[in-house]
Design a protein around this ligand. Structure first.
Ligand code: FES
Length: 111
């Protein structure tokens, strides 16, 4: 079974950058999102990432940088090599791979 090494940027906007590395055996055709969900379930429940539709490229909530390129984790495939995952650089970072995705005028406000 092939194995991917996922190097994942961790922490929030004010934290010093840190990285977690997971060696992840995978079946051909599995997505990066499949890998993130498995890591969260089996290895690190604190890993933060976002998704909704899982596999339709419809919600666009799973966008991150994969090896420096904007990608949907639900459509990017795991590969037998090191893959670097980072949050989107042009969005406000919440934690790990989770960034602000709603346009400013669509965010909920409390008053
Ligand atoms: S999870 Fe919806 S587009 Fe990727």
């Amino acid at each position: 079974m092939p194995s991917a090494r996922l190097k994942i940027r961790r922490g929030g906007a004010v934290d010093a950058p840190s990285w977690s590395i997971f060696d992840l055996p995978f079946e051909l055709g599995e997505s990066v999102l499949d890998g993130l969900r498995r890591i969260q379930k089996l290895h690190d429940p604190s890993l933060g990432f976002r998704f909704s539709c899982i596999n339709a490229n419809a919600c666009k909530e799973c966008m991150v940088l994969v090896d420096g390129r904007v990608s949907y984790t639900c459509t990017a495939r795991l590969e037998a090599r090191e893959m670097t995952l980072e949050p989107l650089a042009n969005k406000t970072l919440h934690r790990d791979l989770v960034t602000e995705i709603a346009p400013p005028d669509e965010r909920l406000h409390s008053s």
